[in-house]
Design a protein around this ligand. Structure first.
Ligand SMILES: [Zn+2]
Ligand SMILES: [Zn+2]
Length: 343
């Protein structure tokens, strides 16, 4: 099969590779669309240590089943599917409790980190266990379905602290996931969503996708503006979707006493925490990791149009364009949001 192989850091090429064999409980998926994730870009240059070459990356994908293993029950060749990026074991205590994102034996497709190597979906074919597969409705194109993984990150984060429709909500960061969090909040009936970003284009997009107010994080008046917009108290809930000291500070200072900050972004491994503000104002900080079984809800949100990923897809391109696009995204991306490759 044709695959895009990371043979060494910053070295991607389209290569012939053996089609992956499948176990009895796995299916072989003919990949039709696979999104380039920010984590792939950070892995491509070796900065995260989670894409140790040689590796086929790619964990945001959709396609058709080519054939199924002997023990597969619910799926057949020809089914249109997407799959979780997390390969959970299905046996550990976390899996049994439905917390598959916390699986003790968790592997991520298209990741190689020293503990394991699992080739991903920047290829014609990928092998996937049945337990992480989901059927797609006929009216949902593969390119949009490839973004379900990102939608699931937003849906999971909001599920950890669902604001009441009348609550004041703050979203710090209007990148891909932030813009999805805004749409998921809107789908849950939240009308008082204030967003903070530093990019005028993304702030404008946030407004069209459901935010009521957009503030520039670089503006020194922004903390005061957040207070004013949230009844002088601060927001009830904040979703932090960047992961740096500055933005976490904005989220923590933007919520009211007793408020909750859901932490999704993790750009930096460590940040400064205003400990006394968190303790004396009795804030709840919640970490949110990936997703745990929210795919059916995400598929419904996309199929119904409640969440629209079309404005987030900057470009779809054949797999052959992948190496050049990785280079371009690594240089800063020139305003590209989601790029979807079609193997
Ligand atoms: Zn990703
Ligand atoms: Zn497990």
């Amino acid at each position: 099969m044709k695959a895009m192989l990371l043979s060494e850091y910053k070295k991607l090429a389209i290569t012939e590779m053996p089609t992956p064999p499948i176990a009895d409980d796995e299916v072989l998926v003919r990949v039709r669309a696979c999104g380039i994730c920010g984590s792939d870009i950070h892995g491509y240059d070796g900065s995260t240590g989670r894409r140790i070459p040689p590796l086929v990356m790619g964990h945001e994908a959709a396609g058709e089943i080519e054939h199924v293993g002997a023990a597969v029950k619910e799926f057949r060749a020809g089914d249109r599917v997407t799959f979780d990026s997390t390969v959970s074991c299905g046996r550990c205590e976390y899996c049994k409790a439905g917390q598959i994102n916390l699986c003790d034996n968790r592997m991520v497709l298209g990741v190689s980190c020293g503990d394991y190597r699992r080739h991903g979906a920047f290829a014609e074919y990928v092998a996937v266990p049945e337990r992480i597969l989901y059927k797609l409705p006929a009216n949902l194109p593969f390119e949009r379905a490839a973004l379900i993984e990102a939608v699931s990150v937003a849906v999971h984060a909001v599920s950890l602290k669902v604001p009441a429709p009348s609550d004041q909500v703050l979203v710090v960061g209007c990148g891909m996931i932030g813009l999805l969090v805004i749409q998921v909040l809107r789908a849950k009936g939240c009308t008082n969503v204030t967003v903070v970003d530093v990019d005028a284009g993304r702030m404008a997009l946030a407004m069209t996708l459901g935010a009521a107010h957009a503030l520039n994080g670089k503006d020194p008046d922004t903390p005061a503006a957040i207070r004013k917009l949230t009844g002088d108290q601060g927001a009830d809930v904040a979703f932090e979707v960047v992961g740096s000291t500055e933005t976490i500070m904005t989220a923590i200072r933007g919520v009211r006493k007793g408020g909750t900050v859901v932490l999704i972004g993790n750009l930096k491994p460590k940040v400064d925490l205003p400990l006394q503000e968190v303790v004396s104002r009795q804030l709840t900080l919640l970490g949110s990791c990936a997703s745990s079984g929210e795919y059916p809800e995400c598929i419904d949100l996309l199929a119904s149009g409640a969440v629209d990923v079309r404005p987030l897809i900057s470009l779809t391109a054949p797999l052959e364009d992948g190496p050049g696009l990785f280079e371009r995204l690594h240089r800063g991306g020139e305003g590209l949001m989601k790029v979807v490759l079609q193997p």
